[in-house]
Ligand binder design. Structure first.
Ligand SMILES: NC(=O)c1ccc[n+]([C@@H]2O[C@H](COP(=O)([O-])OP(=O)(O)OC[C@H]3O[C@@H](n4cnc5c(N)ncnc54)[C@H](O)[C@@H]3O)[C@@H](O)[C@H]2O)c1
Length: 332
């Protein structure tokens, strides 16, 4: 089986590549990544010399390049995206290009070469849900330029299934955590600030609830889906592990031996969704998937991973430490 993984230098894509190559040695993977913020080659240093792995620097909006790569593989897994909600507030245009035009470009190649695609999407397409959980049939209600670009991409995929009969699956997952995540995201950022002896900035009250899943559980779900899932459908992936941001920060402070009040509140993110929640009974029932990792253990493992990769923490710069990026205007 030959896979084209897009955005494989990023957090989830790199974990997926490492996991797949170690568990399925017959698989070959081409990774196309534009090396924008969020990507790092050190994420994949362990497979650099693996003959089953090839890296191509490139943008998923480049039709000629994408066409060439898609023609060589059986399946495309589209992880590539501008992924940081805060940056989508300061610079939405890049999100429209990568997350919508990029998906359109890949879909055109998939259609031309009759290949399959898995579009990696997010619970954020459903917006804030105060009660209950969104099933696969819920209506989209995105709040940020990021989530609306991901919802748009999903709609494009759906239209290509209906209009051109391409074989596609959309997977929607909740908040991931684990090794190799960019330092600007909540968990690595909290570790970074604490290690720098700086108080942790918390958006608003810190009561925003996310359903946290360990990245390897997400990667396992994607493997199950492309081996056993039904083409043309979508699958929600969640760990049923809803926690608010303040609790996460306090858990990390405890692991690091810092005082439990080593944080301060900042102005909230505009349009900050209070709660995301996915109903993942479909994948659990039909594909017999379930999570393997316990949150507290996986969180401790993640903190220790960052501590043993201090070179990554050292790379953090003033931009990473800006507490309220949409106000400072310092981001790309
Ligand atoms: N992180 C989460 O909690 C989460 C949850 C659900 C879904 N997702 C989705 O999973 C995917 C991966 O997320 P992540 O957290 O690993 O993001 P990330 O920002 O860590 O990685 C994204 C990668 O995509 C690459 N990229 C971006 N635009 C590109 C383009 N136009 N051409 C080529 N490469 C490009 C970047 O260079 C980067 O390496 C995204 O599609 C995201 O929407 C993420």
């Amino acid at each position: 089986m030959k896979l084209l993984v897009t955005g494989g230098l990023g957090f989830i894509g790199s974990n997926f590549i490492l996991d797949t190559l170690s568990r399925l040695p017959d698989y070959e993977i081409i990774n196309i990544d534009a090396e924008i913020e969020g990507s790092t080659h050190s994420n994949l240093k362990d497979v650099k010399k693996n003959k089953k792995y090839k890296f191509v620097k490139g943008n998923i909006t480049n039709q000629l390049l994408v066409d060439k790569l898609v023609s060589k593989v059986d399946l495309v897994l589209n992880f590539a995206a501008e992924s940081h909600v805060d940056r989508s507030i300061t610079s939405p245009k890049n999100f429209i290009k990568s997350n919508i035009m990029g998906v359109f470009t890949i879909l055109e190649s998939v259609r031309k070469h009759k290949k399959k695609i898995i579009q990696i999407s997010t619970d954020e397409v459903f917006g804030s849900i105060m009660k209950g959980s969104a099933t696969e049939e819920f209506a989209f209600n995105p709040s940020s330029p990021y989530s609306s670009s991901k919802a748009s991409a999903e709609l494009l995929v759906k239209s290509y299934v209906k209009t051109y009969g391409i074989e596609a699956i959309v997977t929607r997952c909740t908040n991931n955590f684990g090794p190799r995540q960019h330092l600007e995201k909540l968990i690595p950022r909290t570790i970074l600030f604490a290690q720098n002896d700086q108080k942790i900035p918390i958006y608003g009250s810190g009561k925003a609830i996310r359903d946290w899943i360990y990245v390897q559980d997400h990667c396992n779900a994607i493997l199950e889906i492309f081996e056993k899932g039904r083409w043309g459908e979508s699958y929600n992936i969640s760990a049923n592990n809803e926690i608010n941001n303040l609790t996460i920060v306090k858990k990390i402070l405890k692991i690091l031996g810092k005082p439990s009040d080593f944080f301060y509140h900042t102005e909230d993110r505009p349009g900050h969704d209070l709660r995301y929640s996915l109903d993942s009974s479909k994948i659990r029932k039909h594909l017999k998937w379930k999570t393997k990792f316990v949150f507290d253990d996986a969180l401790e493992h993640t903190v220790n991973w960052y501590l043993s990769n201090r070179n990554l923490l050292k790379k953090a710069n003033s931009k990473t430490l800006v507490p309220i990026p949409w106000k400072s205007g310092t981001r790309k």
